[in-house]
Design a protein around this ligand. Structure first.
Ligand code: SF4
Length: 344
């Protein structure tokens, strides 16, 4: 039976502060927590483990390393830079007891020198292109987000590529971009992957208007538009990079996306450090059931697939983490969690 995969994920919000304002973003319009201490991170990881996730996405706004309130916090914890704080948080996730969790950084671009220091303990970065359409820099979507120009995003992905850091990238569909730019984004990512072999997956996310954002009155994309974007991207990337439809709350997009050849749903966030989605597990069970009726099986996967381990670009510590996670999952499937806990 063909399998539709997803990565069960916990989002740990480090801070909602951001130096920019993307027109569709609701991340920044809720009160921002202070970046958590190591002790608080450990407490949140215990919650993540209860939810049986495989991945912890460490999320923050972009361009914040020098904001006075961020500087004050990381200095208070004894770090000399934001990157040093991130390194410590990555290490805390990787070294946590019991169920092994894979941390992914979703904090925007990181400079070459800092990324070089993080590389050994950074399994992957989530660095969305968002769009290959630079006309959006003059529209609501990216008017106040110059760092989202196509060239700037590609440069950030290339920096990760030069250092062999796996990248999860992709586009937002329906933020005012021209449809021809879906393929343009996919082609640029395909070239990057040919050169550096570090693209884990290309995700397509349907735009969903959020209250209190500059684009709250914009219409979301129709199912047909989203499916067309999936097909255009697949035409370029199939056989090279996993193409995922990360539909978020638009669960009605799953079946048409699967009919269009999508076999991966990317990250499914069961909870954030601020809120557990109590509805999601049952909604996911419903999707699993409806996919079964169509002849598919829904199953979770690890963060890094797409031949990343075989390519030999991963540092030893990350290969070891993935091995421990696979072994743990195998033990849980075959002998229950208690034996897995003992083994780890
Ligand atoms: S860069 Fe844009 S999308 Fe990311 S947190 Fe800041 S405003 Fe939101």
């Amino acid at each position: 039976m063909p399998v539709i995969k997803y990565v069960p994920t916990f989002e740990l919000v480090l801070t909602r502060r951001c130096a920019y304002e993307c027109g569709y973003c609701n991340f920044t319009n809720r009160p921002s927590p202070l970046p958590p201490s190591r002790k608080v991170v450990r407490r949140l990881l215990r919650l993540a483990k209860h939810l049986d996730v495989n991945q912890v996405t460490l999320a923050a706004g972009e361009g914040i390393a020098d904001l006075p309130e961020i500087v004050r916090v990381y200095r208070y914890y004894g770090f000399s830079s934001w990157a040093e704080y991130l390194a410590d948080t990555l290490r805390t996730v990787m070294d946590s007891d019991g169920r092994p969790l894979v941390p992914v950084l979703d904090v925007g671009a990181i400079g070459f020198v800092e990324l070089q220091k993080l590389r050994g303990i950074l399994p992957a970065m989530r660095l969305m292109l968002e769009s290959a359409d630079d006309r959006l820099l003059y529209r609501a979507a990216h008017r106040n987000a110059p760092h989202k120009s196509f060239a700037a995003r590609l440069r950030a992905i290339e920096t990760a590529g030069r250092l062999g850091v796996p990248v999860i990238t992709g586009i937002l569909v329906g933020i005012g971009e021209h449809p021809s730019t879906w393929m343009k984004a996919a082609e640029a990512v395909a070239k990057m992957h040919e050169k550096y072999h570090n693209i884990q997956e290309f995700v397509l996310v349907p735009f969903a208007p959020s209250p209190r954002t500059p684009m709250e009155l914009h219409s979301p994309p129709s199912r047909e538009t989203f499916v067309q974007a999936c097909m255009d991207v697949r035409n370029v990337l199939d056989g090279k990079v996993i193409v995922s439809a990360e539909v978020g709350g638009r669960l009605d997009f799953v079946a048409p996306a699967v009919r269009a050849g999508i076999r991966d749903l990317g990250e499914i966030r069961f909870a954030t450090s601020e809120r557990v989605d109590t509805e999601l597990a049952s909604a996911l069970a419903d999707i699993g059931e409806s996919l079964r009726e169509q002849g598919f099986k829904l199953a979770s996967r690890q963060t890094l697939v797409n031949g990343m381990r075989r390519r030999g670009i991963l540092p030893t510590e990350i290969v070891e983490l993935l091995r421990r996670q696979r072994e743990y999952q195998h033990l849980v499937r075959n002998g229950g969690e208690s034996s897995a806990t003992t083994a780890s």
